[in-house]
Design a protein around this ligand. Structure first.
Ligand code: GLP
Length: 275
């Protein structure tokens, strides 16, 4: 691989930040999946940053349909955002397991090309540095899928995370642990710590695609897109990136001040621009 070449933008990719409002999460999933599919057809070893949570599932479902129709993702390299610390990899809710179940298997990725941060407690002190080294040696991420937590976190960068942070251990907030309790038998089983790509790491990806669906995300996504850039709301870091696509459904679009402008921009988007 030649990292410097990989960081050169294709001329058809604009340096744009835009908000796309779709009627349903499935429409958003299809839009993003179509874009990823076209990028992979042009570059089979495309590097995809994958996220967990319910939000990216429509993208994975639409990508699986593209695969059924002939798309080959077997050379795609995937880097996950985060992992719990201290959950065995085989635990069904470890992000190793979640990524395998929701991404690697259904999309036919090569498991040897899929990376997830190492949440093993015994070696956690060096895990962040090792993940950063892998990302750098590989040449970075072409397109990073992101969801946003109700407290504004991206990856597991909780409020207060440095905007320059790199992959490291973090302590989960009470609200994130409560949000994620639904995946465990009891709330106290949710791990207290995680390892996550930092905000500085995420900002190095060449294209950020932040998705938010449902009324429960309306306020936080509006704050991330239209509010001040602040470590208090880590999702607002997207405003520091030159190429961001925010995809929301109608329910998540109700708190934007500039919703009608976003709709106008998207309706008049030059066809050559792509996502
Ligand atoms: C989780 C993940 C994030 C995800 C967020 C939102 O804790 N670490 O990557 O974006 O919370 O989850 P959901 O998409 O289920 O709302």
């Amino acid at each position: 691989r030649d990292p410097p070449m990989r960081s050169v933008r294709r001329s058809s990719e604009g340096a744009v930040a835009e908000v796309v409002i779709v009627e349903h999460p499935d429409v958003g999933g299809e839009l993003v999946a179509r874009h990823i599919a076209s990028r992979v057809r042009a570059q089979p070893d495309f590097t995809l940053g994958v996220a967990t949570g319910s939000t990216p599932l429509p993208v994975y479902a639409a990508l699986a349909r593209e695969c059924a129709a002939g798309l080959d993702l077997s050379r795609v390299v995937a880097f996950a955002l985060d992992e719990y610390v201290g959950l065995p990899r085989q635990h069904p809710e470890s992000y190793h397991s979640v990524i395998q179940r929701e991404v690697t298997e259904p999309l036919g990725l090569d498991p040897s090309l899929v990376r997830v941060p190492d949440g093993d407690e015994a070696t956690i002190a060096t895990a962040g540095e090792r993940y950063e080294a892998e990302l750098t040696a590989h040449g970075g991420v072409d397109l990073q899928l992101l969801g946003i937590g109700t407290d504004g976190h991206v990856g597991f960068n909780e409020p207060g995370s440095s905007l320059a942070s790199l992959t490291r251990i973090k302590t989960l907030t009470a609200s994130t642990r409560a949000d994620n309790a639904r995946f465990f038998d009891a709330p106290e089983q949710v791990p207290t710590h995680c390892i996550t790509q930092g905000i500085g790491t995420i900002l190095r990806a060449r294209h950020l695609v932040l998705l938010a669906f449902g009324a429960g995300k309306a306020d936080v996504i509006a704050a991330a897109v239209e509010g001040p850039v602040t470590a208090t709301l880590p999702g607002s870091c997207i405003q520091l990136h030159a190429h961001v696509t925010v995809v929301v459904d109608e329910a998540a679009a109700t708190s934007f001040e500039r919703a009608s402008y976003y709709r106008w921009v998207y309706e008049h988007k030059p066809a050559w621009q792509g996502l």
